[in-house]
Design a binder for this molecule. Sequence first.
Ligand code: RP5
Length: 165
Amino acid sequence: MSRPVVAVVMGSKSDLPVVQGALDLLKEFEVPFTARVLSAHRTPSEAADFAAGAEAAGLKVIICAAGMAAHLGGVIAAHTTLPVIGIPVASAPFNGLDALFSFVQMPPGIPVGVVTAGPAGGKNAALYAIEMLALNDPALASRLKAYRKAQSAKVLADDASLREL
Ligand code: RP5
């Protein structure tokens, strides 16, 4: 197995259902990745150490999923210049708005790119990471184009089948 180029970090194993779509897509696109559970609040030193060593470890993009006061993306981004993509995880009582604001409200100088909450966010985080990697990987870029083509073909087929009714 090649060295991971994407890390998918979640604040808790309970975030896994949201992240699963990202893991599945990275597998489908044959992007080597690692999945970790690291918490900005419960394991702050481990989270900071991981981020500080990420570039030297060969990682290119870090995806972070967290809920509630979701500081994971910000803490990881504070310790690396690699691009960080945040997936807010919805939880009671604020249904992910809390996590969204925690991810998106980064002070100028330390950006975190944010996708939507929930499984759609998980998928788009992976696709966004794949788009970044595809800039320097022509084989990955053609897999991405084929994926888009298949996606469009499915919508057109759905359209045709409904028009027949
Ligand atoms: C956050 O707190 C995690 O990312 C998770 O979404 C939330 C709740 O964590 P657990 O209590 O389920 O471990 O840090």
